[in-house]
Design a protein around this ligand. Structure first.
Ligand code: SF4
Length: 349
């Protein structure tokens, strides 16, 4: 996969763009003013594989909670701020590692200047986050509604404000819940600028439907080499966002983390309770962080061959199953011992 070369920016200790691996990020849904609840959710996200985390900073009390939150976590923290430049200044003072704010919406050049000066001093990057749902009125009338060109122009206008101040620690996102629109906007903008792209599908839906929408939208762009960091947005606990983000990266072979489960769809040849077995394997593997491929296949006829690239796997038979490693059968065990024997084999790897 040929990735578009972008400028690198540092969000705390994590590099985004410039050839770095695609970074997984998520956003808390706790009340940021409640530092303890926010810290505990960030710790959970970190354990799930989140690499950069964002919190909403809607008011002064939330901004005042930031120093405490930063102290309690080990992930780079991004403050998400709308309209109020004073909150951005407070967040920067608190020691955040990244800022998400649209410079065109904070009330004039002087305010942009103050935020940029404070961000520059601390080398904190700013993400310009254009959202199809909140495009400027002038652009909506110029383009006759929400279009990819309107989104790109909005981003370019915000970029210009920062570039005029000689500020280039920029990341960009062009989110929409409409996939073709979002794809077109990212594709167009990525030919015009070389800032790193934060890719996501906004308001994508619940864990079930949003997973599919995000995988299609984010996956399509990554497959074209566009995207330096991804955020999956789901209506649910944000740890699901992190899991889905990793599944997208693993599916494209871009990153490896934890177990990749290969399981067959079952068919008329299946003679064991494979669906239950695959679910149990997935559950038991959830905490394993070795980057391995595990296959759970229904039959010995096709199983080991179909899952040849798996590090280890099982293939069901009648009342028994085979344990195989990289396509080679190593032993036969009774059905009720298959799960334990597979776990043992994983331990041995
Ligand atoms: Fe059917 Fe065997 Fe293929 Fe599973 S591995 S779908 S049981 S042929």
């Amino acid at each position: 996969m040929q990735f578009k070369k972008t400028r690198p920016v540092m969000v705390g200790k994590v590099q985004i763009g410039g050839g770095a691996p695609v970074v997984v990020q998520s956003m808390t849904n706790t009340d940021t003013r409640d530092a303890i609840a926010t810290i505990s959710q960030i710790v959970e996200l970190s354990q799930a594989g989140c690499e950069v985390v964002r919190v909403a900073v809607p008011d002064k009390i939330a901004a005042e909670a930031l120093p405490r939150i930063i102290e309690g976590i080990d992930l780079p923290l991004i403050a998400d701020i709308h309209f109020d430049y004073r909150l951005a200044l407070k967040a920067l003072e608190a020691g955040i590692d990244g800022l998400r704010i649209n410079p065109g919406n904070i009330g004039g050049k002087d305010k942009v200047k103050q935020v940029v000066a404070a961000a520059s001093e601390r080398r904190v990057p700013i993400r310009i986050g254009v959202n199809a749902g909140s495009l400027e009125k002038e652009l909506l009338s110029k383009y006759g509604g929400v279009t990819a060109d309107a989104m790109v122009e909005s981003a370019l206008n915000h970029i210009r404000l920062l570039e005029e101040l000689n500020y280039r620690e920029i990341k960009l996102s062009l989110k929409a819940s409409n996939i073709p629109l979002m794809l077109e906007a990212y594709r167009k903008l990525s030919t015009l600028v070389d800032y790193p792209m934060h890719v996501g599908v906004t308001e994508s839906g619940t864990v079930k439907s949003g997973t599919i929408k995000s995988a299609v939208g984010i996956g399509a762009l990554l497959a074209e080499g566009i995207g330096d960091t991804i955020r999956v947005s789901l209506t649910g606990h944000p740890k699901h966002e992190v899991h889905v983000a990793w599944e997208i990266l693993k599916a494209l072979g871009l990153r490896r983390r934890g177990v990749e489960l290969i399981s067959c769809p079952t068919c008329g040849r299946t003679q064991i309770d494979l669906i239950k077995l695959a679910e149990q394997v997935e559950e038991r593997m959830a905490t394993v962080d070795k980057p391995i491929k595990v296959a759970v296949m229904g039959c010995a006829v096709n199983g080991p061959g179909e899952a040849r690239e798996a590090d280890v796997g099982i293939a069901g038979g009648k009342g028994v199953g085979l344990i195989f490693r990289r396509g080679e059968i190593i032993r036969q065990v009774p059905e009720e011992r298959l799960l334990e024997e597979l776990l043992l084999e994983i331990e041995n790897l």
